[in-house]
Design a protein around this ligand. Structure first.
Ligand code: BGC
Length: 394
């Protein structure tokens, strides 16, 4: 018996050492927060295992990091900088994983199209026909969504291994250097994204610089379900968005250029409204998106510091999520294209509208829309935006 304990103890020690030695990432050192088993609150949904992510992609080893405080647990993989787990207490204090995704790297590799939990770049959302002109030169991007280029092209930042530096048990810094011409975009772009666990939420700071004029629009594509991932449709969630206007789209989801009032339309979320109430409304824009898949023009435009732009609450779990951002827009995507083929981390299928995204951003197709806030980044400038997802209960 004693021998068994000793063997187990030595094995545990060795595993710890291996994790440190085999990690290609620059890390400030092993803490409890980097070993998933130690970080798991009792009775909580299962956190992904670190070893299920320590696999090679394009010759670089992926990894998984955990940020944790007394209320929240967040795990992030360096593959796409994806948020893999987001554990939040419900109104009874029971931890709920409110983010859709997989518990292994293989899951994400097999289904890259849904963009679960991922950082998106260089250009979150669509660029019409995969073309734009900058300083008199026309650039062609890979077309991967009907006639358009979506979320940075065929192999965007979601499909890249980011370098990671775990600053402490609350902060993870991810860096990705995208070469000049990658996915058709000009300029070598260095992007640094920091995930910081706050008392009540997760803050995401985006920074980028380029050696040539280029366009950038970074976001995070987490699908939320405040009743817990895998628990069915999100139609009961009450959504509020501080937007008097939105950007109507054509049938390929490219903005027409108009900033249309939400007043009197299914896009009026200025007061808390169940997402499901008008998701199939007889409205041409709802038909175009197959439900909600639209950019909202946030009141107050781009700001220096993040301000609250949206709130979502689940009457069932009591979980309330506030979204704060410095960005001028947010894509509210209601999970219309989830099919149920995607079986998530707890073995349950993700069907149509079983999750929603609030992708803070500049407007879609801005490089082709001179009247939209500019997404051009010039050498010497620093792109900076911040978004916070904050949690409480009711
Ligand atoms: C887009 C959707 C798309 C989804 C997954 C969202 O940002 O607006 O149309 O299906 O991402 O790719």
């Amino acid at each position: 018996m004693k021998h068994l304990f000793l063997t187990a103890f030595l094995a545990a020690l060795l595993t710890g050492c291996n994790q440190k030695n085999t990690s290609q990432q620059e890390s400030s050192g092993m803490t409890d927060s980097t070993t998933t088993s130690a970080a798991q609150p009792s009775g909580a949904p299962r956190l992904a295992e670190r070893t299920a992510f320590q696999k090679e992609v394009d010759g670089k080893k992926a990894d998984l990091f955990v940020l944790k405080n007394d209320k929240l647990t967040v795990s992030v993989t360096t593959y796409g900088g994806r948020l893999v787990n987001l554990l939040v207490p419900d109104r009874n204090g029971k931890p709920v994983d409110v983010s859709l995704g997989y518990n292994s790297l293989d899951g994400y590799l097999t289904n890259n199209e849904s963009y679960f939990g991922t950082l998106v770049g260089r250009y979150g959302n669509r660029i019409a026909k995969g073309k734009f002109t900058l300083d008199g030169k026309t650039y062609s991007l890979p077309v991967n969504n009907g006639p358009n280029s979506l979320h940075g092209g065929k192999k965007g930042f979601n499909a890249r291994i980011w370098n990671a530096r775990q600053v402490d048990d609350k902060t993870l810094e991810l860096t990705y250097v995208s070469k000049d011409g990658e996915e058709g975009y000009p300029g070598t772009l260095t992007t640094v994204v920091t995930y910081t666990l706050q008392d009540n939420g997760i803050r995401i700071d985006y920074r980028a610089t380029s050696d040539k004029s280029t366009v950038v629009n970074l976001t995070n594509h987490t699908y939320f379900n405040l009743n817990g991932e895998g628990s069915g449709p999100i139609g009961d969630h009450l959504l509020t968005i501080s937007a008097d206007r939105y950007t109507p789209v054509d049938t390929t989801l490219i903005p027409t250029g108009e900033l249309a009032p939400v007043e009197g339309t299914p896009f009026d979320f200025r007061k808390p409204t169940p997402i499901g109430q008008r998701a199939d409304a007889d409205h041409p824009q709802i038909k175009a998106g197959g439900g909600y898949d639209h950019n909202f023009v946030l009141n107050g435009g781009q700001t220096e510091t993040p301000r609250r732009i949206a709130t979502v609450e689940s009457p069932q779990s009591g979980i309330v999520m506030n979204v704060l951002t410095t960005e001028p827009g947010v894509q509210f995507y209601g999970g219309n294209f989830l099919t149920g083929q995607e079986v998530g981390k707890s073995g349950k299928p993700y069907g149509k509208r079983h999750g929603f995204c609030l992708e803070t951003q500049h407007f879609p197709d801005s490089p082709n829309q001179p009247d939209f806030p500019s997404t051009v980044l010039k050498p010497g400038q620093t792109y900076r935006t911040t978004t916070v997802y904050e949690f409480s209960t009711k």
